[in-house]
Design a protein around this ligand. Structure first.
Ligand SMILES: [Mn+2]
Length: 474
């Protein structure tokens, strides 16, 4: 049965998040936006993930304004975002009213495909997002529709079996998902297992299956090919100047591979190559400014052993560089899977990847495991992030939080509505309703940005400078 495969282009989001600390600017996107719009992608991922934080923190850009500009420049293609479930785009759980408002504003400002995940695959943490998408679908002004894409975060452990993922997919479909994403953020899938898993998912659910991987350990292209043979509907790729390595497999080779076969994407290879030329220049700029590190482009099979997602490797490198401890890199990498096992095998994805990574760094640098514990690790142990795949051993619980209480309910059930409080706190800076959400997510960073914005309008000097480089995975 002939089956056209569709592509999602990630160059405006995950590609530079995974290779270049999310530093691509809107002025580097807009010159080719109308061309990207003509390619015929299933969607263009361009928002969410770490882009929101990076806009406010490093680029002095209003992320909402970026979205509106992209929407205007690409009226024909579905715009996609990545949303961390109840964490929205931040690192903690937010109240349901903030989640609902964020989803509504994302749709109103031009997002079509919302990919939601929870770092622990705890579906309770995705429910408020899914419900909000279903509720505000009709707020779409683009005419392209809104797609609720719910995610299985792929990982490997004794509990993460094929059956586990199939059951999770069925549950998410039952909750209202339009598309199921199989998200292999750490490039842990292997081609033949991919084939079996995609087959099983296609049999179990009616939703299209959208596969996301990275090429960190060099298996990405093979994963896609086997997934395509198993009937996957959509895959994520990045144009070659920022494809491969810790980013997605490159777009052009896959188009070429499928050309003339029953899976032909129908995309024009030479046209896409013209667009790639532009991003060569962007990649050069990012390299020159020190954000794009050659190491992120090398095939690193350590990923298959240590189960570390794309951007997390560069993140760990930066942390160790700052601590003047690059010689401990291999030791820290070896500590990561141990911390993960200790903490009940959470999949490694933002924020759990940072939490596990930072704790691994502490365990190595302090010379004694769990001598120092981050507040996030304490939070995981208390149940504040949701249900862990495997229960943590009692003696470790005791060592980390003593006799403190632990929760078993949906974490957001304990959070009262917060939106009005945030609105009140920054009322003097509000220029648009969306500002309240920026502030809710990143209070200090957003406030600094609002002040910069105000100062700029009044032609005052601003003291906003760049902060340290930071690469965030997913
Ligand atoms: Mn990713």
């Amino acid at each position: 049965m002939a089956k056209k495969v569709q592509l999602t282009e990630t160059i405006l989001r995950d590609a530079h998040q995974s290779q270049a600390a999310t530093r691509m600017r809107i002025d580097e996107m807009l010159p080719v936006a109308s061309k990207l719009d003509e390619v015929g992608y299933y969607s263009i991922e361009c928002w969410g993930g770490a882009t929101f934080d990076s806009c406010l923190r490093f680029l002095n850009e209003d992320p909402w304004e970026r979205l509106r500009k992209l929407r205007k420049a690409m009226p024909k293609t579905k715009l996609q975002m990545l949303l961390r479930g109840q964490n929205i785009l931040g690192y903690k759980h937010y109240a349901d009213d903030v989640v609902e408002e964020f989803v509504k504003k994302s749709i109103q400002n031009g997002i079509n495909v919302i990919r939601i995940f929870d770092a622990l695959n705890d579906t309770r943490n995705m429910k408020a997002c899914i419900d909000a998408i279903l509720k505000y679908k009709n707020e779409d002004k683009s005419g392209l529709g809104v797609v609720c894409e719910a995610t299985l975060c792929y990982t490997v452990s004794e509990v993460h079996t094929r059956e586990y993922f199939v059951n999770l997919a069925k549950e998410l479909e039952g909750m209202g998902a339009d598309v199921i994403c199989l998200k292999d953020m750490a490039n842990l899938l292997l081609p033949y297992e991919t084939y079996e898993l995609v087959k099983a998912l296609k049999q179990a659910v009616k939703c299209p299956i959208h596969l996301h991987t990275h090429n960190t350990s060099g298996t990405g292209n093979m994963i896609y090919l086997k997934a395509i043979e198993a009937g996957v509907d959509i895959v994520d790729t990045a144009l070659s100047p920022m494809g491969n390595g810790t980013s997605q497999p490159a777009t052009e080779p896959l188009i070429a591979t499928l050309q003339g076969t029953e899976y032909d994407t129908g995309l024009d290879l030479s046209y896409v190559t013209e667009i790639a030329e532009h991003f060569k220049g962007v990649a050069e700029r990012l390299t020159k400014d020190g954000y794009l590190n050659k190491k992120a482009l090398q095939t690193d099979v350590k990923g298959l052993i240590y189960q570390v997602p794309g951007g997390m490797l560069s993140n760990l490198m930066n942390q160790l560089k700052e601590a003047n401890a690059m010689d401990k890199y291999d030791e820290v990498l070896a500590e990561v899977p141990k911390v993960r096992a200790d903490l009940g095998y959470p999949p490694l994805v933002t924020p759990s990847s940072q939490i596990v990574g930072s704790q691994a760094v502490l365990n190595v640098l302090s010379g004694e495991r769990y001598k120092m514990v981050t507040k996030e690790v304490k939070g995981i142990v208390r149940g504040e992030y949701g249900k862990l795949p495997v229960e943590i051993k009692a003696d470790l619980v005791k060592k980390i939080i003593g006799d403190e209480p632990r929760i078993t309910c949906r974490p957001a059930d304990n959070i009262k509505p917060e939106l009005e409080k945030y609105r009140e706190e920054i009322k003097e800076y509000i220029e648009q309703e969306e500002d309240v959400l920026s502030y809710a997510l990143f209070p200090q960073v957003a406030l600094k940005f609002f002040k910069y914005r105000q100062a700029n309008k009044m032609n005052l000097d601003s003291e906003i400078g760049d902060v340290a480089t930071k690469i965030q995975p997913v």
